[in-house]
Design a protein around this ligand. Structure first.
Ligand code: NCD
Ligand code: ZN
Length: 345
């Protein structure tokens, strides 16, 4: 078997870059390997209007080290006040690629998200009309729904009715974590895709809770039972074009993670491609890695596959620093708890 693998330059279809010092520290970690990324808008305050997205895009480009080539694909944070015409104009100008729907309270910085889905109907209809994709954080927030069931309940109670009410709306189910998520994508061929993170291919809920609480494995949606991890691995490595990489790399500084109320998010930008190559090799699917990281996402978003390439080689296990420094504090890198023989050269 060949010990090198050359694939089109990957894209990350779900990425948190933050702002300020953390942005400057984490952006090179992504731009080193990835050509484009869908940039999540959950800043404080969130990226709500086209003008907000233009300003954030400028801050990202200013933070990009000289000589690095990277295209941020901007998103808008959907609120009940979002103006359909502002969204359409930002999309038409090429500034904004998609809109992100957070149910209010579902995750980090989602307080401005949607409570009443009827109030965002005009935006969703406009997006369906202009072919603009909606990225969905698919979890209900009802206090009486167990956190491990929130994705499956969201599909039945919110996502399926929303899709039926808005035919033609292109939807990405972000960071799916369950067999139900996989099954829903597979049974609905039209206008539906899903991102899968790196860490959800590697950890299940035991990694968070067995032998002491491990805050750096806590993210949302929370990792589920092993059977769900296996369903995600099967989907990601299947070659099915509806599944593509969205790392959901979500840096929080250590004091914010290692706390009595630790933030959700795993930081995986630095070692994602090493981990994915290991996972795809374990599944006998290295020939499908390029589809997952570099081809299926552009096809869904109607963008060209990168004409650049990256090359991975297999050798002695790669050593990554356990943390990166940001100026705002250290951010711990996701530990896959396995030797990573593949690295990008
Ligand atoms: C994300 C964050 O920190 O912004 N956290 C996470 O656990 N994934 C928010 C999100 O994507 O849910
Ligand atoms: Zn996210």
């Amino acid at each position: 078997m060949s010990r090198t693998l050359t694939i089109p330059r990957p894209d990350d279809w779900h990425l948190h870059l933050r702002d300020g010092a953390v942005l400057r520290a984490v952006l090179p970690e992504t731009a080193r390997h990835f050509g484009r990324a869908i940039i999540m808008p959950n800043l404080v305050p969130p990226v709500v209007t086209g003008a907000d997205a233009a300003a954030y895009r400028d801050r990202i480009m200013n933070a990009l080290p000289a000589g690095m080539d990277f295209t941020p694909l901007m998103t808008l944070y959907l609120t009940e006040e979002t103006d359909p015409e502002d969204v359409a104009a930002a999309h038409a100008s090429g500034l904004v690629t998609s809109v992100k729907l957070y149910p209010a309270g579902a995750t980090t910085n989602s307080a401005s998200g949607v409570r009443d889905f009827d109030r965002v109907r005009p935006v969703l209809e406009k997006m369906a009309e202009i072919g603009m994709p909606l990225c969905v954080h698919g979890e209900v927030t009802d206090a009486d729904i167990d956190i491990f069931d929130r994705e499956a309940v969201f599909i039945d109670r919110v996502l399926d009715p929303l899709r039926r009410a808005t035919p033609g709306l292109r939807i990405v189910m972000e960071h799916i974590t369950t067999q139900q998520g996989v099954d829903y994508v597979k049974s609905n061929a039209e206008n539906l895709g899903a991102t899968i993170t790196t860490h959800h291919l590697v950890i299940n809920r035991n990694h968070i809770l067995v032998g002491g609480i491990k805050p750096h494995y806590y993210c949302l949606p929370v990792a589920k039972r092993e059977e769900h991890r296996l369903a995600l691995r099967a989907a990601a490595t299947s070659g099915d074009t509806r599944f593509f990489l969205g790392t959901d790399s979500a840096p929080h500084t250590d004091p914010n993670k290692e706390s009595a109320c630790g933030c959700a998010g795993c930081f995986t930008a630095t070692n994602t491609l090493s981990i994915l190559a290991e996972v795809f090799e374990q599944e006998g699917a290295l020939d499908r890695l390029a589809g997952f990281t570099s081809e299926h996402g552009p096809a869904f978003y109607g963008l060209p596959v990168s004409t650049d390439t990256i090359t991975l080689t297999k050798g002695d296990p790669a050593a990554y620093p356990p943390k990166i420094d940001t100026g705002d504090g250290p951010v711990t890198l996701f530990d896959a708890q396995m030797p990573l023989h593949w690295r990008v050269i």
